[in-house]
Design a protein around this ligand. Structure first.
Ligand code: NAP
Ligand code: MG
Length: 464
């Protein structure tokens, strides 16, 4: 596949300071499809300087003009949707249908939402004898993962630009081609030089240099809890703003009167989508003791439709494949009942993992506590609603969740008591304006919609 051999810094593709490259691999067939430069601290420094230089001009650009550039960005992403989908399929491995319907489409919605929010936001408000100004925080260091390669970029860059911030992006090493396409789209959208900058590279090198750079005012990170914790510590040491979107172990709570078939089939689809590489996936299904076996049978039947290589893609790389398979081994060793899948690879080539379902999972098991980040569903049994609530809230995470009940009021009453940032009621649809982010160790801060915009603003009060 075509790739730039430079970094996009200060409005131009410039050669990297070092000579190292990263091989981009197609996880479906393990073939190297491209190489991109592996950025160093020197490249990060050049990008941060470019972003700092562009900041005063972009911050002073009228919000309506920033909104117009974001609308143009939305249009550029929409016009290149097919190329984006094919690129994501090549470097992430997701089936083309999913790449089109989700990976390429959602970022268009999110960029569009920020075009509107930038145009409509009250960047000034009156409070008593004060005028409160909502000013951009400054230079943003954005570090993104590979699981939703374009969405994760747009969910940070679009609100940052809407707020008047400038950005340096360090995308995941597994999916740099999507990031390069995004950089091209910013050029097509007429976003001024230096407002958006891209440094491809490895996390512990380029990512760390970005998180530690004194010229960065806010670090926005999405990824693993381990890395997030260290970025948070670095940022607080420097008294710098930080947003962390980390892992999840979300509960799908099926209350006793819910439509079981619908809830189980939606729950299985939610976990298997993107090969389970979704931070908000409902990886714990909670079913009442009376209908438990029925739910297990329904789940096994539903998961059988996920043929590896057809409806479900591989994992992103060999390391993730090995990690997920070791969790499946762990589940077996812990005594959970395997009802579908297992640790063996379903295909000779490619980083595939069998879609797996475990029953008789208890809340204390590792597979019920830790984020697996693969196509692995755990099904837990509860006695009554209080028990279900206790189990739902029994992990360190709190990112998402679902509640199903015949009566929506009953589901809402339950959702109010869940320690989590989002809950879908009876299969509620994705809303690109709804704040997304974690309670507990799922993170700090919110992305998307007006709450996501607020992350990139700081306030100044003028008294009269
Ligand atoms: P990760 O290492 O946390 O990667 C996320 C991003 O951080 C990538 O751009 C990564 O670069 C970068 N990074 C890594 N080490 C860094 C450091 N020391 N300083 C600054 N940046 C650094 O995640 P992963 O290894 O790809 O995945 C491991 C696990 O994380 C998964 O199994 C899953 O549990 C979780 N995860 C969660 C999400 C989410 O959406 N919340 C997304 C992905 C993964 P490289 O690409 O070079 O590593
Ligand atoms: Mg990593």
């Amino acid at each position: 596949m075509k790739a730039h051999d430079g970094m996009y810094i200060g409005g131009a593709w410039r050669p990297a300071e070092g000579r190292d490259t990263i091989a981009v691999v197609n996880p479906a067939d393990e073939q190297v499809i491209a190489h991109v430069p592996a950025g160093t601290a020197a490249d990060v420094d050049a990008a941060v300087r470019a972003a700092r230089a562009a900041f005063p001009g972009w911050a002073a650009t009228p919000p309506a003009e920033r909104a117009a550039r974001l609308a143009a960005l939305r249009d550029a992403l929409a016009a290149r949707a097919e190329e984006i989908a094919e690129t994501i399929t090549a470097e992430l491995g997701s089936p083309l249908r999913l790449s089109r319907a989700v990976h390429a489409r959602v970022p268009v919605l999110v960029a569009g939402s920020y075009a509107e929010l930038a145009a409509g936001h009250a960047f000034e408000e009156k409070l008593g004898n004060s005028t409160v100004l909502h000013e951009p925080v400054g230079v943003v260091g954005a570090i993104t993962p590979w699981n939703y390669p374009l969405h994760q970029i747009v969910a940070k860059v679009a609100p940052a630009l809407a707020a008047g911030c400038t950005v340096v992006l360090k995308p995941a090493e597994d999916t740099p081609l999507t990031a390069q396409l995004f950089a091209e789209a910013t050029v097509q959208a007429g976003i001024p030089a230096g407002v958006f900058n891209l440094v491809t590279g490895l996390g512990p090198v380029a990512g760390q240099a970005l998180a530690e750079h004194p010229g960065v005012d806010l670090v926005s990170f999405t990824g693993s809890t381990a890395v997030g914790r260290s970025i948070g510590a670095t940022a607080s040491g420097a008294v710098k703003r930080v947003a962390l979107e980390l892992g999840g172990k979300s509960a799908n709570v099926i209350l006793p009167d819910a439509d079981l078939a619908r809830a189980v089939s939606a729950g299985v689809a939610n976990v298997m989508s993107n090969s389970g590489q979704t931070c908000s996936a409902w990886t714990r299904m909670l079913v009442d003791a009376e209908r438990y076996e029925e739910a297990v049978a329904l789940a096994a039947e539903a998961v059988a439709k996920y043929e590896p290589g057809e409806r479900i893609g591989p994992l992103v790389n060999a390391k993730q494949q090995a990690r997920v398979r070791s969790y499946i081994e762990k589940g077996l060793a812990e005594g959970a009942r395997l009802v579908a899948g297992g640790p063996d690879s379903p295909r000779e080539k490619g980083y595939y993992v069998s879609p797996t379902v475990f029953a008789d999972v208890t809340p204390d098991m590792v597979i019920a506590q830790e984020e697996i980040f693969g196509p692995v569903l755990t099904i837990l049994r509860y006695e009554d609603e209080e028990d279900a609530l206790r189990i739902a809230n029994s992990t360190v995470y709190g990112l998402a969740g679902a509640v199903w009940a015949a009566d929506a009021e009953r589901a809402v009453a339950f959702a109010r008591r869940m320690e989590t940032g989002q809950v879908d009621i009876n299969g509620g649809r994705f809303n690109p304006l709804a704040p997304f982010g974690g309670y507990k160790q799922s993170g700090v801060g919110r992305e998307l919609g007006p709450h996501g915009l607020a992350e990139y603003l700081q306030t100044k009060s003028l008294q009269f």
